[in-house]
Write a protein that binds this ligand. Structure first.
Ligand code: G3H
Ligand code: 13P
Ligand code: ZN
Length: 332
């Protein structure tokens, strides 16, 4: 049993309290490898932003839970070495069972998500409460994120055909019965790089998809029922067209890509939304740079020569998010 405090990590409670009060959102970036983690830490130290490092079930399978845990510990030390220790949370993304959440808590995670959003309401409540009871009874309080409403989209272990918006009428009861520290909601975002079907969008004259707006009316209704309570937005990549274009210029095919426009995320970050999850944009930035190097330098075969530029681009992307979208820069 390792407590996250021994690793120098923090839970989300204080970070969310300040974020809701200050009208900004904490970035929650997924990582699976060293380059992604280095980029996240470099960007967050440089912009003086707190950060939530997210590990999905897919990441655990890919990189191994022990490796990821020590990497997060390394990230804490790295931020000190860079001269500005920032608050770092190690969070399980989309935990799907009590056992998985327990295992993460026992190996040093400071926060977990239990995602029972696909279950019937009462089962979601029971599963979430079981995780909360365990997490909150640890010597060092571990924070828990629950979810109500279903996001559409397909990622390794996160799949749903259709989205179902969160019903504001359920949120108070869910929070009261489960004791969660934050609540992920569904207001139109979804996972991956195709967040809306083309028929849900309009197109510019250059053929670029313009998505429909998020359901801010539902968010406002939820805020009224849970004043000051930390709300989480998943599926919040913007799917920058510049990266899609580079990927396609160098041989990729990413048709019908569309994300959440930055101005809508800026608006959300000023509300009770205090955690914004971003994974796909990092994948696009890395892929764009790697494809570019492969295409421009066909004789290159040193991984540092393509992972290095990918890491630099990732760092730029994360710093931009912190500074210009989420408002978390300067809050560490
Ligand atoms: O919400 C899903 C995250 O983007 C993680 O994706 O399950 O492919 O690691 P993954
Ligand atoms: P994106 O696919 O929009 O990056 O969402 C990531 C996410 O929600 C991780 O939980
Ligand atoms: Zn998610």
């Amino acid at each position: 049993m390792t407590s996250y405090k021994e690793l120098g990590l923090v839970n989300t409670v204080e970070l969310f309290r300040k974020a809701v009060k200050g009208g900004y959102a904490i970035p929650a970036y997924n990582f699976n490898n060293m380059e992604q983690l280095q980029a996240i830490i470099q960007a967050c130290v440089e912009t003086k932003s707190p950060v939530i490092l997210q590990v999905s079930a897919g990441a655990r399978k890919y990189a191994n839970q022990t490796m990821l845990r020590y990497m997060a510990q390394g990230a804490v030390e790295y931020s000190k070495e860079l001269g500005y220790p920032i608050p770092i949370v190690l969070h399980l993304d989309h935990g799907d069972s009590f056992e998985l959440c327990k295992s993460c808590i026992e190996t040093g995670f400071s926060s977990v998500m239990i995602d029972g959003s696909h279950l019937p309401y009462d089962e979601n409540v029971a599963l979430t409460k079981k995780v909360v009871d365990f997490a909150h009874s640890q010597k060092d309080y571990v924070s828990v994120e629950g979810e109500l409403g279903v996001l559409a989209g397909v990622e390794d272990d996160v799949a749903a055909e259709k989205s179902h918006y969160t019903q504001p009428s359920e949120v108070q009861d869910f929070v009261k019965k489960t004791g969660v520290d934050s609540l992920a909601i569904s207001i139109g975002t979804s996972h991956g790089r195709t967040k809306f079907k083309p028929e849900q969008c309009t197109r510019t004259k250059d053929g670029i998809l313009i998505p429909p707006p998020l359901r801010f009316d539902i968010l406002e209704e939820i805020e009224k029922r849970l004043p000051g309570f930390p709300i989480v937005l998943h599926g919040s990549s913007s799917v920058p067209i510049e990266y899609v274009k580079i990927i396609e210029q160098y041989g990729g095919k990413l048709s019908d890509s569309v994300g959440i426009p930055e101005e809508q995320l800026r608006k959300a970050a000023k509300s009770a939304v205090c955690k914004i999850n971003i994974d796909s944009d990092g994948r696009l930035a890395m892929t764009a740079m790697i494809r570019k190097v492969f295409s421009e330098k066909p004789d290159e075969f040193d991984p540092r020569k393509y992972l290095g530029p990918a890491r630099d681009e990732l760092k730029k992307l994360y710093a931009h998010k912190n500074q210009d979208v989420l408002g978390s820069a300067g809050q560490a």
